[in-house]
Design a protein around this ligand. Structure first.
Ligand SMILES: [Zn+2]
Length: 286
């Protein structure tokens, strides 16, 4: 079974760092003139019970082209691996179903009302076409599609955690959700391949735009090309020496790359802090 991170050890160190930050922040509350009367602090790890879990559900596809993606995802245990990882990683207050299904559109969502992550077979169909068009086939193609779907699921996990844990974020939620995917998929070196594949998916999608009119500047998501560059930046930022080869003129240029290590560290620090109280086993293993 594919593991996105093999131990929780990363989360051991950070919890104490998060706790330090928490203590420093709450230490500023003694100004009685302050208009801020209820500073909502982070919950403590002990106060949170893991009542919920992520639950995988494959809905059967009816259309033949969608059934190909259903079979790929089922045979690679896509939803099982993803939900296992999330359940090992973080405590959530209620169940969240992770459903693969036919949607009649190429997309993936987190549904705040029904507490479901939904991944459409049509998204797999669309990505299969994009990668096939540039010559990928067979097992290589299947692997790219699997990796890309994993990246999408962790992006949706970002939306889900923001909602059910009521996490406070600044910046657009779509960018923050991409950053959760990057945070998780840069823990192990081998998982960074996943993020590079996700970047490739967005890069291929970006190449379909023929004119400025094709770019959705109003959209809540960053442009496909920006998302492609961001993911490369985060992988590079996680290990500049190891991923120096990602710098090039086409996507991640030198100017952007200069700040990637700092950008990446900000993301790690922020998610460590936001999720610190919800990590599983982080105190038990000390
Ligand atoms: Zn999203």
């Amino acid at each position: 079974m594919k593991k996105y991170f093999s131990t929780n050890s990363r989360f051991l160190g950070i919890f104490s760092a998060s706790l330090m930050t928490f203590l420093i922040l709450t230490g500023c509350e003694d100004n009685s003139d302050s208009k801020i009367t209820s500073w909502k602090s982070q919950p403590t790890n002990e106060s949170i019970t893991a009542k919920g879990k992520f639950i995988p559900v494959y809905e059967p596809a009816l259309k033949a082209e969608n059934r190909i993606e259903e079979n790929l995802w089922r045979s690679h245990k896509l939803l099982e691996d993803f939900t296992d990882e999330m359940n090992d990683f973080v405590k959530i207050p209620r169940d969240i179903k992770v459903i693969s299904k036919e949607c009649n559109e190429s997309n993936a969502f987190y549904d705040r009302e029904n507490y479901t992550i939904e991944l459409c077979y049509e998204l797999g169909v669309e990505e299969r076409k994009m990668f096939s068009d540039v010559g990928d086939s067979g097992e290589v193609l299947d692997n790219l599609l699997y990796q890309s779907a994993v990246g999408t699921l962790f992006h949706e996990a970002g939306h889900a955690l923001i909602a059910v844990l009521d996490l406070k974020i600044t910046g657009r939620e779509e960018d923050v959700a991409d950053q959760l995917a990057a945070y998780i998929l840069t823990y192990n070196n081998e998982d960074k391949d996943y993020l590079i594949t996700v970047s490739e998916t967005y890069s291929l999608a970006a190449q379909r735009a023929e004119s400025l009119d094709d770019l959705l500047f109003y959209d809540s998501h960053s442009l496909d090309a920006q998302r492609a560059v961001n993911f490369l930046c985060y992988v590079y930022g996680s290990d500049p020496k190891g991923f120096n080869h990602l710098i090039g003129d086409e996507l991640l240029n030198k100017d952007r790359a200069e700040d990637c290590e700092f950008e990446y560290q900000q993301i790690v620090d922020a998610w460590d802090f936001l999720l610190g109280p919800y990590f599983k086993n982080n105190l038990d293993k000390k």
